[in-house]
Design a protein around this ligand. Sequence first.
Ligand code: TRP
Length: 338
Amino acid sequence: MPEKQRILTGMRPTGQLHLGHYLGALENWIQMQHEYECFFLIADYQAMGDHLDDIGLIRRSVLEVATDWLAVGLDPEKSAFVIQSYVPEHAELTMYFSMLTPLNQHQKNPTLRAETAQLESEHQSISLGFFNYPISQAADILLPKAHLVPVGEDQVPHIEYTRDVARRFNRLYGDVFPMPRARVGRVPRLVGTDGQAKMSKSLNNTIYLADDPEAVSNRIRRMVTDVTGENPRLRATDPGVVDYNPAFLYHDAFNDDADEVAELKERYTAGTVSDREVKERLTEAINRFLEPIRERRAWYEEHPDYVRDVLLAGTQRERAIAQQTMDEVRQAMQVVYT
Ligand code: TRP
């Protein structure tokens, strides 16, 4: 049996996970854990980059994210859940990689540029730690020598940079790192319930994995069904537009009853179903989808010590590998003095 290929991917612990996380990432991860040896990273260093004023949120979220991961079905027997800052080798390799990274190339990273512009528009100052995070992310990926990195579209430049720094290291010091590849999910990005491009806590357009049926119902009742404002629908008899309609994007993504979705689309286009009914069916579908997640979540919430054990065990598993990689790095670079 050839050894399984490795995956490393991660999330920032800055709040509860929502349907966008599920579709853009978790759904993919759950599949992949059967075929790959997976490391799922809770990137708390990275969260400090723009949430340093709220360490309490980061602390709560580390446990919360792990709880959500378990609730959706990530299996700690198969996969390691890792707390980034508990493996100090992440910081060590980041230091070496920062030496190998030309400043002008780093400044061109489009995702970093967009995020920096966003923070500046909110009058937040940019720390060197934040500016450095793509380098630290390359270290995250290469420490366990991951081959594959399942991520959202916006993260692809970081994976390209990771290949770059791996290539540069290998050329200078000999083959230590594999060349990781990015893999983007089925639905790279779920629109918010208000139709905005992204689901996000700050936009108040989220459905959380931990939401109860009533919260889901309230959110969907106020869902926007006409994003451009060009297809207003005043009555159920007005012919409606299905394309780019958030209600139908969500039906497509989460309703397990494909016949119902096809029928609703037909009736919507013909003007024989109300927005209200489309939304009620969607509420039912999403609650059907969330129910088993809620049930599992309730158990983990009552057993936080179990969740902590999962985190510590996974972290230890990665740390052993990380230490090995750092030995190889030092040997390859000849950073050995005694
Ligand atoms: N930057 C990623 C995000 O915001 C999180 C992350 C941290 C990550 N380290 C990683 C993703 C390593 C993939 C690989 O979602």
